[in-house]
Design a protein around this ligand. Structure first.
Ligand code: COA
Ligand code: ZN
Length: 226
């Protein structure tokens, strides 16, 4: 079992520590590049195709253009783009809540991340989600991202991260419905169910087993079960 610390990060934290954003975006990109469930190392540049290729496809099998449509490939994840996305989110200030799990030593190596934010209702395109989360406040707490280091899985990091984010939602938006987007076979689905999210519907637009989960009011989340 490894020790870890859960640390909140916000706009002011990131401004003080310019190494942190770089470390977080690198860690983030490497999860989707190298986690065997994703293996999103390179991607077809044809927007209608968008097929992903793994590190082995590219470096060992020497696949350099798309095996479906022959278009060139590009990096699936780019650190600079991810850093910009994170900056845009943390600039929402009190509408954003992010945490990382770090090693409790001087390196502060990141072992996991999790974040969510209050999303404006008008930005939701799925009709069933719109109906499920409709409320007078004009926003819904959206559970956006969670992942832990592949070498540190199954040691409670994901549960701790998920607990901290759902506690924030419960505290700040008790009477407002919340939702998230995941995959029906995601290893995170059990975490979300334990935290009190229920299956809502399939994502018919993106397909491929993607689902929406929701909670009718954030006070009904159950972070204590994690
Ligand atoms: C989902 C994820 C964050 C869980 O992180 P974690 O640090 O392993 O979390 P925990 O140690 O708290 O374990 C959470 C649950 O996952 C299960 N689990 C963890 N590792 C597992 C493994 N290798 N095989 C099977 N189950 C596993 C645990 O059994 C645990 O459930 P339980 O305690 O009720 O049995 C992690 O698997 C991950 O980063 N996955 C890739 C990113 C991802 O899919 N994110 C969600 C996108 S929507
Ligand atoms: Zn293609």
């Amino acid at each position: 079992m490894s020790q870890f610390i859960i640390r909140q990060f916000d706009k002011y934290f990131v401004e003080k520590d310019d190494h942190f954003l770089h470390q977080l975006s690198t860690f983030y990109c490497n999860i989707w590049r190298f986690d065997p469930n994703f293996a999103e190392y390179m991607q077809c540049t044809n927007g209608d195709c968008g097929k992903y290729f793994s590190y082995n496809d590219y470096h060992q099998k020497n696949i350099t253009c798309c095996t479906i449509c022959s278009s060139p490939l590009t990096d699936a994840w780019k650190e600079d783009d991810v850093a910009q996305t994170i900056i845009n989110l943390i600039n929402m200030e009190e509408d954003f809540f992010g945490v990382v799990a770090v090693l409790p030593d001087f390196t502060n190596t990141i072992l996991g991340f999790c974040w969510g934010y209050n999303k404006k209702l008008e930005t939701i395109t799925d009709k069933k989600v719109q109906q499920a989360v409709f409320n007078d406040s004009g926003y819904t707490p959206y559970f956006n991202e969670i992942a832990s280091d592949t070498s540190y899985r199954n040691q409670g990091i994901g549960s701790s991260l998920c607990r901290t984010l759902t506690e924030w939602m419960q505290r700040t938006s008790p009477n407002i419905p919340g939702y998230l987007h995941t995959h029906e076979n995601s290893p995170a689905r059990r975490l979300f169910e334990k935290a009190g999210y229920n299956f809502l519907c399939y994502d018919e637009k993106m397909g491929d087993g993607r689902i929406f989960m929701y909670v009718d009011k954030c006070k009904n989340l159950t972070p204590e079960n994690l």
